[in-house]
Design a protein around this ligand. Structure first.
Ligand code: ADP
Ligand code: MG
Length: 253
């Protein structure tokens, strides 16, 4: 196995708050790696340090052999590290087909500075791939509906489609099932396990242990900004430090 993402000694403070403390984590090619931990543990901060939204105070983030620190968020995205979820990042006033075509075009062009209304109609190949991608997510029948008008579960699947059409090397999912009903959660699990997605390298931040144990090859537990354990689901289930710090607490949700 080769390491696709190497987080080495990352620290991040906000004023007096030490949100990440000497975080070391290696994500291996092809694995699904879950990061769990109570609210406020630093999970989103860690992801934001990887994708260029935050700059760590110290430490390094190496993706696909390249140092990511100081790179702009959209350049990191273009390099193949794609984040979806937690904040809704769809275009509510465009239809679903346009929503999926735009990230595909942005990926090809390496920029968002094009006029989608002039361009989309001429892009037959991207149009066809976007329709196929919508079909994979059972959204094709809504392709000409405005993205803002579909249900919450459908919006989440749309975001996943927008991530997938960029052919990411590494997909980062921040709480993909937060706020979902059980039915939509199970649908999302099935999608993430489907043939198209099962071999893609993924990092999943998730509260729902059913989702974590259904999907993860390995799990890392973050508590108060520090990784206290990394291991297989069985190792994590039986780790006394984890039981003490997290699983035994009943957590927050
Ligand atoms: P998680 O995603 O695990 O719930 P976060 O990474 O969002 O945790 O937050 C970790 C800690 O850092 C929390 O105490 C949070 O309040 C704080 N924090 C996160 N982002 C900021 C910010 N931009 N400014 C100040 N404090 C922040
Ligand atoms: Mg978070």
């Amino acid at each position: 196995m080769s390491t696709i993402l190497d987080i080495d000694g990352v620290n991040k403070t906000f004023g007096g708050l030490h949100a990440l403390r000497d975080v070391h984590l290696k994500i291996e090619q092809g694995e699904t790696h879950a990061i769990i931990g109570p609210n406020g543990a630093g999970k989103s901060t860690l992801l934001n340090c990887c994708i260029g939204r935050l700059i760590p105070d110290s430490g390094s983030v190496t993706f696909d052999g390249n140092n990511m620190i100081g790179m702009k968020a959209h350049d990191i995205n273009h390099a193949g590290m794609v984040r979806v979820f937690q904040t809704p990042e769809i275009f509510p006033d465009l239809d679903l087909l346009q929503n999926v075509m735009i990230p595909a075009l942005a990926k090809r062009e390496g920029t968002f500075s094009f006029n989608p209304f002039k361009t989309l109609a001429k892009e037959k190949a991207i149009h066809d791939e976007a329709m196929e991608t919508l079909a994979d997510f059972e959204l094709d029948k809504f392709h000409n509906k405005l993205a803002g008008s579909i249900s919450r579960g459908d919006k989440r699947r749309l975001e996943l489609a927008m991530g997938l059409i960029q052919h990411p090397t590494l997909l980062l999912l921040d709480e993909p099932t937060a706020g979902m009903a059980r039915h939509d959660t199970n649908r999302t699990i099935d999608l993430l396990k489907s043939e198209k997605m099962s071999n893609m390298t993924k990092v999943i931040i998730e509260h729902d242990m059913h989702v974590v144990f259904s999907l993860a090859d390995r799990i890392s537990v973050l508590a108060r900004g520090h990784i206290i354990a990394t291991g297989t689901p069985d190792e994590i289930k039986n780790d006394q430090k984890v039981k003490d710090a997290y699983l035994g607490e009943g957590d927050d949700e």
